[in-house]
Design a protein around this ligand. Structure first.
Ligand SMILES: [Fe+2]
Ligand SMILES: [Fe+2]
Length: 184
């Protein structure tokens, strides 16, 4: 865990989240590749999708896009850093698109379309292949470069915003669960 002068850096929590996302995508890919019509478990796919949507996209990309990247937008970024930030945002969009296709394939399979099982495995393979490369770009290149645009005080303010963002997530998540049940 990165600490500097006794303080955690804002990229600390993001990197911890990366480790869990990597683990989930690798295990989801492994399990889905071994799935047959007999062992198919739609609830497993639902769990993976919930993890991707709530944890990886809303909670993790939320801190990146709504806090870190938004703050960086106000700075005079170098061309290289700006290009990389745009690329990272595009990769988030790509991840959402693949997740949407995964959800759709899971629904089709539940409705009896046997061919959707291979699509589910394929979408999880795509995510497990591309996302770790996205993480490497952030951990090794973008996060260290982004640090240079903030003073120590601004850096700690970012970390505080991350904590507040996370604090709200559990409430947002379960409010949405109740809202969805109410709408049934
Ligand atoms: Fe990202
Ligand atoms: Fe990330």
């Amino acid at each position: 865990m990165g600490t500097q002068g006794g303080f955690m850096k804002p990229r600390g929590p993001l990197m911890i989240e990366h480790r869990l996302i990597e683990k989930m995508l690798a295990l989801a890919d492994r399990k889905a590749a071994a799935m047959t019509p007999d062992t198919y478990d739609p609830l497993f796919i639902d769990t993976v999708v919930d993890f991707i949507k709530t944890y990886a996209d809303r909670t993790h990309h939320g801190k990146e896009e709504d806090i870190l990247f938004r703050e960086l937008e106000t700075r005079a970024l170098s061309d290289v850093d700006r290009r990389l930030m745009n690329e990272l945002v595009e990769e988030h969009v790509f991840g959402r698109q693949i997740t949407g296709e995964l959800v759709e394939a899971n629904t089709r399979y539940r409705r009896g379309d046997a061919s959707a099982l291979a699509v589910i495995a394929d979408k999880l393979e795509t995510l497990a292949d591309f996302y770790p490369r996205h993480i490497v770009k952030e951990d090794k290149v973008f996060f260290p470069a982004a640090r240079a645009y903030f003073t120590d005080e601004e850096d700690q303010a970012l970390l505080a915003k991350f904590c507040e963002f996370d604090r709200q997530m559990i409430h947002e998540k379960y409010k949405s669960v109740v809202d969805a049940l109410e709408g049934d």
